[in-house]
Ligand binder design. Structure first.
Ligand SMILES: [Zn+2]
Length: 472
């Protein structure tokens, strides 16, 4: 009953909610560009003002100074903490979102002004409409609606909104760590709405993300680049060594050949396999989207598992190699191959690094080249996986079914959202990703949009989820 009232009230306020999103999109809060940094502060203040109207107690946590790559210094946007309800008899939900956006310029191929919200055919175009201003504002819309109807929100809610997510969440982990015993101490669940549905029609809950280990393979010999017509045939060429090595890391189908890596992967469980049966995913459409006729695996489950629950190794580039147009006959003196492995449970970055470096060294020995060789692990991030049978996920699934009339898919994603793992570690409690946008929202790309349907039904979904939390 409460849900039906909320849903119809949200429908009635559709225009106003779109106007609220419009205000937010018109603040160009690009975190990566110094010229826009003040706009991130403005966006933080705007959000705080909107939260305070709902009685959410807010405070801005100073985040210090950023050292820019060009040597300049820039003040970091504060982290916005919010707190609604302090009823000791209730449990506490933590909501995370981000207020900054990716850069956008109409000359990059946008069909509309990126920092205006333009509605075309039921789609709201504008930078940040889906990533992540739409979801952040949907939370506020949901709370406002419940308050307007005098429907009790059955949990206390805490908010963490940051302004540097698109620039590596600088400073966030430290601040969260500092507030672990205070602000985060009584959190019972965390919900993040900052990813997307697997498709365009069916909602999902996301319970896993892959981590990443990045490597450089450096090979050098002569003191400078050489002419192949003059020196070719007399020296051991670093590029030949590197290409030989890189070609031995995977087989044709992308299976990783590094000794011991596949043995680290958590075995597939029966429960997990069942989830894949139900997932709605069209392999043919996927092929069309990426523009290939053949995939390394053809069956739906295998395609998804390779994207989500198995490690993959990709070669990204070669620093120092000739890469321009034309036919330069150079022998590069020093080349650095860049590769990464998307890691999954139970691969630990330290273990993975050790295996990869040992394997590269083994190959190098086999190669027998007299050149200089170094295998260097760069940065890494751990994978995240949650228990999708947890009551928190069941509550999320009930909420989505109520709104959309279908049971949601349980998905993972192949990429990373590092803060997810931070919240899981700091609170020790269930973290769930509850996306509201569709797979074609073009986050980070030109012509980002959120469908009016996704924004409005998403607002309902978050309200329905708040109601369901009463039953855990
Ligand atoms: Zn985002």
């Amino acid at each position: 009953m409460a849900y039906e009232l909320i849903a119809s009230e949200i429908d009635k306020n559709k225009t106003r909610f779109i106007e609220r999103l419009r205000e937010a999109v018109e603040i160009p809060s690009v975190s990566a560009e110094a010229a826009y940094r003040n706009e991130v502060f403005r966006m933080t203040d705007w959000t705080q003002a909107n939260m305070e109207k709902l009685g959410i107690k807010c405070r801005q946590i100073e985040n210090g100074i950023e050292d820019r790559p060009d040597g300049s210094k820039l003040r970091l946007p504060p982290i916005l903490f919010g707190h609604l309800g302090e009823d000791k008899s209730k449990k506490t939900l933590l909501v995370y979102g981000h207020l900054d956006v990716q850069p956008a310029d109409i000359h990059d191929g946008w069909n509309t002004e990126p920092f205006k919200l333009i509605e075309i055919d039921g789609k709201l175009f504008g930078r940040g409409s889906s990533d992540d201003k739409g979801p952040v504002i949907a939370w506020l819309n949901a709370i406002e609606t419940m308050q307007a109807l005098n429907i009790e929100i059955p949990v206390n809610i805490k908010f963490v909104f940051e302004g540097m997510e698109e620039s590596g969440s600088t400073g966030l982990d430290e601040i969260l760590e500092q507030h672990k015993e205070e602000f985060l101490a009584d959190v019972d669940w965390t919900c993040i709405s900052d990813n997307y549905w697997l498709g365009k029609e069916k909602p999902c809950l996301t319970y896993g993300l892959r981590g990443l280990c990045y490597y450089a393979v450096e090979i050098s010999a002569p003191k400078q680049d050489l002419h192949s017509g003059v020196y070719g045939g007399t020296i051991y060429e670093p590029m030949n060594d590197l290409v030989w090595i890189l070609s031995r890391l995977t087989d044709l189908k992308g299976n990783i050949l590094v000794d011991g890596i596949n043995e680290l992967v958590a075995p597939l469980t029966e429960d997990e396999l069942k989830l894949y049966d139900q997932i709605e995913f069209d392999v043919e459409a996927y092929k069309q989207d990426v523009g290939v006729k053949t995939l390394t695996v053809d069956d739906k489950k295998k395609v998804l598992m390779n994207r989500w629950r198995y490690p993959t190794l990709s070669i990204h580039g070669i620093e120092g190699a000739f890469h321009g147009p034309g036919a330069k006959t150079v022998i590069p003196a020093k080349v650095v191959g860049k590769l990464s492995i998307r890691i999954v449970p139970n691969m630990e970055p330290e273990q993975t690094d050790a295996l990869v470096v040992a394997f590269l060294n083994k190959l190098w020995k086999e190669r027998g080249s007299p050149n200089k060789f170094r295998a260097i692990p760069f940065h890494s991030g751990r994978p995240w996986v949650a228990d999708f049978n947890h009551p928190h996920y069941q509550a999320g699934a009930r909420a989505l079914e109520k709104v959309y009339g279908v049971k949601p898919d349980f998905t993972r994603e192949g990429g990373s959202i590092p803060v997810t793992l931070t919240f899981q570690n700091l609170t020790g409690k269930s973290v769930m990703l509850l996306p509201i946008g569709a797979c074609d929202d073009m986050a980070h790309s030109q012509n980002e949009k959120i469908n009016v349907f996704n924004y409005i039904e998403g607002t309902k979904a978050l309200a329905a989820y708040l109601l369901e939390l009463a039953h855990i």
